[in-house]
Design a protein around this ligand. Structure first.
Ligand code: SF4
Ligand code: SF4
Length: 283
C-alpha cells in the first residue's frame, strides 16, 4: 500500500537529521550513482564495491551503530551522518518519499498511508512543512532521476540483447523453451551471487571505465550503453554453437536483471516477465 502524491502536496518534509532512516533499509545504487558515491567518499569505485556493497548494487547495512536493533548503512557515521552526503543515491535523496516508474511516467509516493518519518522521528511534525516539489528541488534529485531512468532503459536494452541472441540466431525456434530454462531463476539470485556468476561481465556492467564526465548523467550512461553494446557485439555476434548462444543469452538476461534491480526494480518480477516472453516466443 502506497500513498501517491501530487507535487503541490504539503508535508512535514523538514528533516530532523536524527539519521533513523539510515538504519535497516535496502538502498540500491546504479553504476552512475556508485561513481558519484565513490567521488564523495574519496575512494575508487573498486574499493566502494568491495567494502560497502553487495554485488555492486546494494549498499551494505553493516555499520556498528544500531537503531531499534537495526544496523546502520555502511556509509553512516553516528557523529556526522552520511559520509557521502554530496553523492548520496536517489533513494536517500527522496526518503521519506519514493518514486515509481511504470515505463512511461513516474509518480512520487510514500510507503503506507501514514507519513513514514512520523514513526522514527515524531518531532518532524513540529518542523516547517513544504511541498513535494520544493523538497525534490532542495534534495537536487533531478540528475539522479535522469540517471535512474536512463539506467532502466539500458537494462531493458540488455534484455532485448538476450532476446536477439536466442531469437535472431534461430536457437529458440530450433530448441524450444529449454534454451531459456534458467532465465526465471536469475531473479531469485542474491545480488552477490549474481555478481559472482556475471564473471567477466561484472566490471563493464557495474564499474565501467569510461571517458565520459559523471557530472552529466545522460552522457555518462549513453557512453556506458555504447561501451556495453560494443562488447556484446564483439563477444556474441559470431557465435554459432547452440550451447554458447544459450549461455550468451543468459549472460545478457542476467546483466539486465542486475541493472534493473540496481534501479530499485523487483528482480524476480523482471526475470519472470522476460522468461515468460521468451517462452511465448518459443511456442
Ligand atoms: S526519518 Fe525522516 S525526519 Fe527522520 S532522519 Fe529520516 S528523513 Fe529525516
Ligand atoms: S548513503 Fe548516506 S544517506 Fe543513504 S542510507 Fe547510507 S548513510 Fe544514509
Amino acid at each position: 500500500m502506497a500513498t501517491v502524491l501530487t507535487s503541490d502536496a504539503v508535508l512535514p518534509l523538514t528533516c530532523t537529521r536524527a539519521g533513523t532512516c539510515c538504519h535497516g533499509k535496502a538502498v540500491w545504487v546504479t553504476p552512475w550513482e556508485a561513481v558519484r558515491l565513490a567521488e564523495a567518499l574519496g575512494v575508487g569505485p573498486e574499493r566502494l564495491f568491495r567494502e560497502r556493497t553487495d554485488g555492486g548494487i546494494r549498499l551494505r547495512f553493516d555499520g556498528t551503530d544500531r537503531w531499534r536493533g537495526q544496523p546502520a548503512c555502511a556509509l553512516y557515521d553516528p557523529a556526522t551522518g552520511c559520509r557521502a552526503h554530496g553523492g548520496r543515491p536517489l533513494a536517500c535523496r527522496l526518503y521519506p518519499l519514493g518514486r515509481r516508474h511504470d515505463g512511461t511516467t513516474a509518480v512520487i509516493l510514500h510507503e503506507g498511508t501514514v507519513f513514514p518519518c512520523l514513526d522514527g522521528c515524531p518531532s518532524v511534525a513540529d518542523l516547517p512543512r513544504m511541498t513535494v516539489a520544493d523538497y525534490l528541488r532542495d534534495q537536487g534529485t533531478g540528475p539522479w532521476e535522469t540517471a535512474q531512468d536512463r539506467t532502466r532503459e539500458l537494462a531493458a536494452d540488455l534484455a532485448e540483447a538476450a532476446f536477439a541472441v536466442v531469437v535472431d540466431s534461430g536457437l529458440l525456434r530450433a530448441r524450444g523453451r529449454a534454451v531459456v530454462k534458467g532465465w526465471g531463476a536469475v531473479g531469485r539470485e542474491s545480488p552477490a551471487a549474481r555478481a559472482a556468476v556475471l564473471g567477466p561481465w561484472f566490471a563493464p556492467l557495474i564499474m565501467p571505465r569510461l571517458g565520459a564526465d559523471p557530472a552529466d548523467p545522460a552522457a555518462w550512461i549513453a557512453a556506458h550503453h555504447q561501451d556495453l553494446q560494443h562488447r556484446l557485439q564483439d563477444a556474441f555476434a559470431r557465435l554459432a554453437d547452440p550451447a554458447a548462444l544459450a549461455e550468451a543469452g543468459l549472460a545478457c538476461l542476467r546483466m539486465a536483471v542486475h541493472l534493473g534491480q540496481a534501479c530499485g526494480g523487483d528482480a524476480e518480477a523482471l526475470a519472470r516477465t522476460w522468461a515468460r516472453r521468451a517462452e511465448s516466443l518459443a511456442g
